[in-house]
Design a protein around this ligand. Sequence first.
Ligand SMILES: [Zn+2]
Length: 164
Amino acid sequence: MDATHPQPAVTAPPPDAPHAPAALPGRDLRQGMIRGARGRCPACGDGAMFGSYLKVSPACPSCGEDLSAQRADDGPAYLTILIVSHLVGPLLLAVYMAWQPDPLVMVAGFCVAATVLSLLMLPRIKGGLVGFQWAKRMHGFGNTDPAAPDFDSRAFNAPEPQRP
Ligand SMILES: [Zn+2]
C-alpha cells in the first residue's frame, strides 16, 4: 500500500441503517417461489408476473410491487437445460432398449418432446427464480427507500472502470 495515499477503512453499514436488510420484515420463500412459478406476482399472488412469454412486467398490475429489480438472466435457461437433459437422456436409452425404433423416429420424437418440455418449463422456472430473488430481497428487491438505492443495485449499474 502507498503510505502517502492511505486507503479508506472499509466498514460495515451501521445495523440501524434505514435500508439494512435485517431491518426489513421476512418474506415467505416457498410462497413467493410457488406464486412466481405459476406466473403470478410473488408479493400478492394475484397480478400476472409476465407481460409476454418470458418478459417480466416492470411492476405488478394488481398490487404495484416493483418487479424490475429481478435479475434472472440466463439462470432459468441453465436450469431448464439441466432438468430436461436429465429427463430426456435416460428416457432416450430406455425407449431404444425397449422398442428399438427407427433412428429417424427417435430423433424426431425426442427433438419435439425436448423442445416442448423446455418451452413449458422456462416461464415456470423463471417465475420461481424471480420469486426466490423477491423473497430473499436480492438485487433491488430489498430497497424500500427510492432515495437510497441498495448496494447490490448500485454495484450492478456501476459504469465499467476506465482502464489506461
Ligand atoms: Zn402483486
